[in-house]
Every structure is written in structure tokens, then in C-alpha cells.
Design a protein around this ligand. Structure first.
Ligand SMILES: Cc1cc2nc3c(=O)[nH]c(=O)nc-3n(C[C@H](O)[C@H](O)[C@H](O)COP(=O)(O)OP(=O)(O)OC[C@H]3O[C@@H](n4cnc5c(N)ncnc54)[C@H](O)[C@@H]3O)c2cc1C
Length: 522
């Protein structure tokens, strides 16, 4: 039986239907809820995921979580990794400290491991506290686009129902129904080799909260710390000849690396093998339908970027949707979602592709690079502060920028609109990220703000934050007295060295931002 109409479902009509309650959908729901936008979030699975999958939570994700007050919970549930150890054929060749690798660059200057199942559970708890429940065993089966929204056919065990929403967010993973219903392709490919992942319990010197990477001639093993003594995640390569006809087990594939690292007798709690794909959808948006997370892009897990990128998509879209739905911005702002996120997804696929090739390539030259060059050079490289900073900036995603976006206007020296607002800590221990918890557009001035700017911000109902001018601000390439108009997600929208009020007014008018009666100044 198909029931038509939102009332038939017993719920109030929602401006946003979120399909999929993985990390991407959950974060989108949480952010929209914080903005006061009602959402409906569905998932065809009966339960949230129960396996660890993505482990790394990058600093940029924590910064965005801090804006909605959940970073501390995530950190408390995870493990901070103080060092990474490079082994070659079971012999330790180097220990590289990474405990404060991003010092001065982010309030979260460390590497954090937090399994995806615990992560999702925490997001669900926060969402439920905000009054939103994931509707389980509810599957999107069809999607029809209309000029003023979408009409979705949803299937539960009992029936099929129609639901109309102003917008739909496809957060439904790599085999996305939303993407399929929109007729959007998913070009790319699948790598030859594939990985195994195993969550184990082991009595081993490797269970010391540090990351271990063992490189062999034709093999490699990554060992991550998990919460609880002796709990580890192992990631390794599966070779074609190791695949028996029956279901593959840990014993089939563990290879030489596991034996050399004396982990062969580990108790296995979860074991899975997976092929790695590299694909990016050519479009992340069609009218009022959006693709996010694995529904839009998948790539190799090298560098721990996948889940974090989906979360980044969710936050990028959340504030734009919220401002448009609440009438605080023109609908054109939604046009910036796809170009901002697709550019980053494409770059990511290219870089993780290179990383994956280095890790898995066979042949003499590749082996020499892995077993000789990398262990010899890496410790030296990581001793150089500039290289440590570059590594942190890249992996932590604080370097993600939207320079080419229509929303990015102006620059002040090396700081360009579209950059993430640099993190600056002040002499009294406070920092310039504290004000971002308001989730509002805001003006930052480092040094004294001109009187005209103060008056304009007051008229435009924009919060103006004046911060002390300091060496830390100078080091962060901020210009004294300049105007920085900061987006709700902490990126610089407008940068103007002269703090010219007319440029701020033009920017506000161009995007129809805030509830401003612009006619007063024209
Ligand atoms: C074994 C394994 C190991 C991994 N290891 C890593 C790692 O080390 N590092 C890393 O970064 N990433 C890793 N990943 C990838 C990571 O898990 C994904 O990038 C991440 O889950 C993507 O989140 P998402 O919310 O976009 O999609 P998903 O987590 O896939 O969530 C999609 C949700 O949509 C639901 N859904 C699908 N279709 C429908 C429909 N039609 N109607 C309603 N609901 C629907 C699904 O039930 C699911 O809950 C791993 C993945 C696997 C499987």
C-alpha cells in the first residue's frame, strides 16, 4: 500500500530529507538542527554500524565539532597517538614523535583515533538530545524532482509512503540510491589489490598507543591503537594468491608482516576485506537534491581522509541550506556547495591515489623506495619544523580552501579569502575560534576596528569581534586592522586590508545575506 502526503506519515513536513545516517548524514542533521532547521533523517539499516571502519578524526573535523560543542566528547572517547614507528621486516627503524605535530596551527594539534561505530553512536546521542531520531528500516526507493522540492517514496516493513521535502541530501553511501535516481554517474575505477582490516586483542609491545607501520618486500602492515589495553586495529594487503574459495579469514591473509611483528596469535574480534575504489560523481547537486560523503566520492583510505571529507561536505552544505531556508541568504549561495566540495574531492582522489600506489606497487624500484628510502628519509624530514607543519596542514584538512569560490572575495597578503580562518591563541589563553560557536557570519578585526566599520556592523546586525594585535596574529599572516568577514563554517568570505565598509556592504548585498534592508545604502 502506498500512502500519499506528509501528514499520512504522522510527521510535520520537513524542509530537509536526509537519506542515510552514516557519519555524513548524522553530522548534517546535527548542524541543521543547531540552526533550528527541522530535518527528517532515514536509514534503511535496522541498526547503526557496529564495526570500527574509519578511525582517524582529523583536526579540521574537531574544529568544526567544537563549533557545536561536541569535540571534547570525541576526544575523550578516542586515543591520541603520540608517535609513529617505522619497521622494516620486523625491525624497528625509526620512531617519529607526532604528539604536538600541529602546535600553533590548531587547538587540536594531535592525531586522534576514534572508531567509526563509537563515533556514530556519539553523534546519534547528541542528535537525540536535540530531539531528532533516526528513522530506521526506512529506505528511499524512488525520488522525483519538482521545481519547489522533491517527492520521495519511502519503504518500511509495513508500507510505502510518499514524502515531500524542500531539499533532499543523499548521504546514502557509495551505492547511493539518491545518486542513481538523479541519473548521476559515478566514474572512476577499482584498484587491483585489496585490504584486510582486523580489530584484534593482543598482548604485544605494539599495544602502546602508538602507530606502527611495518614494511616488507611485498607486504605491509599498519597497526593502530584502539581504546582499552591490548586493543589494536590491523590493516594489511591481501594478495590474489591468498584468496581461497571459501570465505577469507585472518589466517589466510595475515602474511609475513603479522608474523614478524609477533601478532600472529592475536584474538580477532572483527575481520573484513575490502576493495578500494576511486570515484567522484561529476555533479554533487541537481536542483534541490545534493550528494554528500561516499555518495559523491570514494577513495583509498590512505591518510584517513574519507569519512572526514564527508563530514566536511555536510557542514559546508548545512549552513548554506539553513540560511536559505530561514530566508537569511539568497538561494544562489547553494550554487557554491558543488564547486567548493567537488574541487577538494578531485584533489583528494589524486593524492590518495598516489599514496595508495606507493604503498601497494610491486617491482624492484617500488620496493627500494618503501624499504630503504622511506625509512631513511622520513625521520629526517619529520625533524624539520617546516615539513612537520606541511604534513599536519595537509593531513589534518586545515589546508582545505575555497579560493575559487564565488563566496571568496579579496586577500590580505598571503591570507586569501576562501582560506580557513587561521587559529590564533592570545596572551590570556583565549583564542579567535571561541566566537565561531555562534554559527553566524561575523567580522574579525585584529587590532583596532575603524569607527565606520563598527557603525556598519551594527546597522547590518553583524557581530564585530576585535582581537588584540599580537605576534601570534602576525605569524598567522593576519593583517593589522584589516576586515575579515567570516562564514559560519570558519572560512574567510571577504578579506580587505583597508577595512572598506562599502566592500562589506557589497558582499552582503551580493549574496542577500542576513535580513538586511540594503536599500538604505543605495
Ligand atoms: C571495512 C571498511 C573499512 C574502512 N576503513 C576506513 C578508514 O580506515 N579510513 C577512512 O577514512 N574510511 C574508511 N572506510 C570508509 C568509511 O567508512 C566511509 O568513508 C564512511 O562511512 C562514509 O560515510 P557516509 O556517511 O558518507 O556513508 P556510509 O557510512 O556508507 O552511510 C550511508 C548510510 O546510508 C544508508 N542507506 C543507503 N542506501 C539507503 C537508502 N536507499 N535509503 C535509506 N538509507 C540508505 C546505509 O544504511 C548507511 O547507513 C572504511 C569502510 C569500510 C567498509
Amino acid at each position: 500500500m502506498t500512502v500519499t502526503g506528509n501528514d499520512a506519515l504522522g510527521g510535520a513536513p520537513s524542509p530537509v530529507l536526509i537519506v542515510g545516517a552514516g557519519p555524513t548524514g548524522l553530522v548534517l542533521a546535527l548542524w541543521l538542527t543547531r540552526f533550528g532547521v527541522p530535518v527528517r533523517i532515514i536509514d534503511r539499516a535496522a541498526q547503526p554500524g557496529t564495526t570500527s571502519r574509519a578511525l582517524a578524526v582529523q583536526a579540521r573535523t574537531l574544529e568544526l565539532y567544537q563549533q557545536i560543542g561536541i569535540a571534547a566528547d570525541v576526544i575523550a572517547g578516542g586515543v591520541k597517538v603520540p608517535a609513529l614507528n617505522l619497521w622494516v621486516s620486523g625491525r624497528k627503524r625509526a620512531r617519529i614523535r607526532i604528539d604536538a605535530i600541529g602546535e600553533g596551527l590548531s587547538p587540536f594539534a594531535f592525531a586522534l583515533v576514534y572508531p567509526q561505530d563509537a563515533h556514530e553512536k556519539l553523534l546519534i546521542e547528541h542528535l537525540e538530545r536535540a530531539g531528532v531520531r533516526v528513522e530506521r528500516e526506512t529506505e528511499l526507493v524512488r525520488l522525483e524532482r519538482r521545481t519547489d522540492g522533491v517527492r520521495a517514496t519511502l519503504r518500511t516493513k509495513a508500507r510505502e509512503t510518499m514524502f515531500e521535502a524542500s531539499y533532499v541530501a543523499g548521504c546514502d553511501g557509495a551505492s547511493s540510491t539518491v545518486r542513481h535516481e538523479l541519473g548521476i554517474e559515478f566514474p572512476g575505477g577499482t584498484y587491483q589489490g585489496y585490504f584486510y582490516v582486523a580489530d584484534v586483542h593482543a598482548r604485544s609491545p605494539l599495544a602502546n598507543d602508538e602507530l606502527h607501520i611495518d614494511i616488507e618486500d611485498v607486504d605491509f602492515l599498519l597497526v593502530f591503537p584502539l581504546k582499552g589495553a591490548g586493543n589494536l586495529r590491523m590493516v594489511g594487503l591481501v594478495h590474489e594468491h591468498e584468496k581461497p574459495d571459501r570465505q577469507v579469514t585472518f589466517d589466510d591473509v595475515k602474511g609475513r608482516a603479522v608474523d614478524r611483528m609477533q601478532l600472529g596469535n592475536a584474538e580477532v574480534n572483527w575481520f573484513s576485506t575490502y576493495r578500494v575504489h576511486h570515484r567522484v560523481a561529476p555533479r554533487f547537486r541537481l536542483g534541490r537534491a545534493f550528494l554528500l560523503g561516499d555518495a559523491a566520492h570514494v577513495h583509498s583510505p590512505v591518510g584517513g581522509q574519507g569519512m572526514n571529507t564527508g563530514i566536511g561536505d555536510a557542514i559546508n552544505l548545512a549552513w548554506k541550506l539553513a540560511t536559505v531556508i530561514k530566508g537569511e541568504a539568497g538561494a544562489a549561495i547553494l550554487d557554491t556547495y558543488e564547486p567548493e566540495r567537488i574541487a577538494f574531492a578531485r584533489r583528494l582522489v589524486e593524492t590518495t591515489d598516489r599514496g595508495f600506489t606507493i604503498v601497494t606497487q610491486q617491482g624492484k624500484a617500488a620496493r627500494l623506495v618503501r624499504t630503504r628510502l622511506v625509512p631513511a628519509v622520513a625521520p629526517l624530514v619529520f625533524r624539520l619544523p617546516a615539513m612537520r607543519r606541511l604534513f599536519f596542514r595537509t593531513v589534518s584538512q586545515i589546508n582545505v580552501s575555497y579560493h575559487d569560490s564565488a563566496l571568496s572575495v579579496g586577500k590580505t597578503g598571503p591570507l586569501i579569502a576562501g582560506d580557513r580562518l587561521p587559529w590564533i591563541k592570545f596572551s590570556d589563553g583565549s583564542d579567535n575560534f571561541a566566537t565561531l560557536t555562534s554559527l553566524e557570519w561575523q567580522v574579525h578585526v585584529y587590532g583596532r576596528a575603524r569607527d565606520g566599520l563598527k557603525a556598519a556592523c551594527s546597522e547590518l546586525h553583524i557581530a564585530l569581534h576585535e582581537f588584540e594585535w599580537s605576534r601570534a596574529a602576525r605569524r598567522a599572516h593576519v593583517r593589522e586592522g584589516a576586515l575579515y568577514f567570516i562564514r559560519p563554517d570558519g572560512y574567510i568570505g571577504l578579506a580587505d586590508a583597508e577595512a572598506d565598509v562599502s566592500r562589506l556592504r557589497d558582499y552582503v548585498a551580493q549574496f542577500g545575506l542576513l535580513r538586511v534592508d540594503y536599500a538604505r545604502w543605495t
